[in-house]
Ligand binder design. Sequence first.
Ligand code: IMP
Ligand code: MG
Length: 184
Amino acid sequence: MFLSEGTVDHLKVLISREQIKQKVAELGAQITHDFEGESVVLLGVLKGATIFLADLAREIKLDATFDFIAVSSYGNSREQSGEVKLVKDVDQSMEGRNIILVEDILDTGLTLTYLKKMLLAHKPKSLKVCALLDKVSRRKMPIHGDYVGFEIPDEFVVGYGLDFAERFRNLPEVCILETGHESS
Ligand code: IMP
Ligand code: MG
């Protein structure tokens, strides 16, 4: 952990760099196997999925391209507003492509439900969801990840791409963020 002490935020490592590395390799191998002989589009959801996508892509031994979409998210609060808005659309046509939607975390499922519906209108050949983390107990929509790294408890996590008010994305581990404790 390389953050300086004395902040009001307390970080507790939930998933280590080694655990992440191992899991990302497994997910990449599984995707490579499932799409053998095909090409895929790794479609990342900005900004949280960027670090995961960068590592995952190097574990996928297939003809692959990248694209990115952005949706409005939590802003500076921890709660999902319930509304999803597309902020940046795809750059390439998705028609007839094998899309792997890469997300940092599946929480209520609102974001991915919205994105899946939108992307299916592009008539892709296939559409799969790959999420590093899954907070199953928080789900409000009937959606599941096709490739899921870790099921985690209902805790707010940061690091490895995930943020709180845009901070902490650069932590190499996934950490639980506990606020409200003033450090003495
Ligand atoms: P959903 O629409 O509720 O499934 O939310 C998905 C999005 O919420 C993710 O892409 C994250 O940006 C954000 N999110 C959900 N849980 C967390 C968390 O624990 N830490 C950071 N961001 C989160
Ligand atoms: Mg996100």
